[in-house]
Design a protein around this ligand. Sequence first.
Ligand code: EPU
Length: 422
Amino acid sequence: MARIEIEGGVPLNGSVAVSGAKNAVLPILMASLLTDAPCRLKNVPHLKDVTTTIELLAQMGAEVGLADQFTIELDTAGVAHQEAPYDLVKTMRASVLVLGPLLGRFGKARVSLPGGCAIGARPVDQHLRGLAALGADVYVDAGYIVAEADRLHGANIVLDTATVTGTENIMMAAVTASGVTRIENAAQEPEVVDLADCLNSMGAQIEGAGSNTIVVHGGKPLSGYDFTVLPDRIEAGTFLVGAAMTGGHITTRRSNPRTLDAVLQKLEQAGAEINTGEDWIELDMHGCRPQAVDVTTAPYPGFPTDMQAQFTALNAIAEGTGVVRETVFENRFMHVLELQRLGADIRLEGNAVVIRGQPKLTGAPLMATDLRASAGLVLAGLVAEGTTVIDRVYHIDRGYENIEEKLGQLGARIRRYAARAA
Ligand code: EPU
């Protein structure tokens, strides 16, 4: 299995380009299933989850090719199997995002139930309830969610929780439904807005994306899309935290500061000087150690759960004591035991961790457990004295494009070892 090795102690310095947002790319690729016209998506990052999505669409009968390094062309006219099988869904839960578009275009979809997950139970009940409200017959058969409908109709749907992919699934089905759909308590994440913008570019009429009430005027004819995906706010945030932890000075290029307000405010509290422009963010720690910060995760515009592990790592080497509370997922502290192996002083208390910052961490072999937990470990490795080796790098590759190359550009001493022969 591939490993990443880091020699800690070098402040991050310089500038780095941010890739397209994984969590916008995935639903937008799935949205190509809504039309039999060709689609083209630009600014697509090279990630394992993107490859899995392409594999999923190709298994259904879609033609998928590369126009250039970062542009994917899709033609789903030949899709013949409306199914997402267990072997793909179990490696990527976002596969459930085919449910809405398949139901909308073909009137039927079979998607394996995702099962458990490293970061919590993660049910999909709100997706199913929303699709049922639009008129679908939804049931579970042999481990698969089956959704069927002769036609869908608009409905008023109040979500129990502001689920991101649930909002996206319901929105994609609703654009094909007759009449008006209102989704209340909708997720307000920038990636939901990007999907709505893409659907509108196809001819859909969606209002209110980015607020907690989304209104879809359904039944409009849908063409293909030629769309550029927004920058990845979590990748940008991860590099910025890395610079804050190492006393560095970096600029993230091709990044959108307006999607990172909560994170940038916490970094300022930690002592960083932040300057922003239209598509860049500059962070300067002036060589100082960060101050500990308290963080509570919440749906957007609150502090993102996908940045929680990185701030746990920051607090581990900060001055003072920080409390990090996780309110979105119930089991997202897998990185804590690994950080303790580097000498971090962290106490788990229910859904929170209390972290007493240490003047130094010491390198050790670590195991990546999930995507964002791994990002926290990489950041800790950047400050730990000596060598940190992170195993199970495939978790990182799901969501970070060439992380070792990009951190290397910023001066980190980091390298990847290829898989050892068995
Ligand atoms: N929930 C339910 N019922 C549902 C759906 C969700 O109870 O039907 C609960 C979940 O269990 C969780 C909360 O609602 O406690 C929020 O989950 P949400 O559905 O919003 O998460 P998601 O859509 O499965 C997306 C991102 C995640 C990100 C979360 C929260 C994608 C593909 N994934 O997941 O990204 O953490 O929103 O912002 O968009 C990652 O990139 O590493 C990642 C995990």
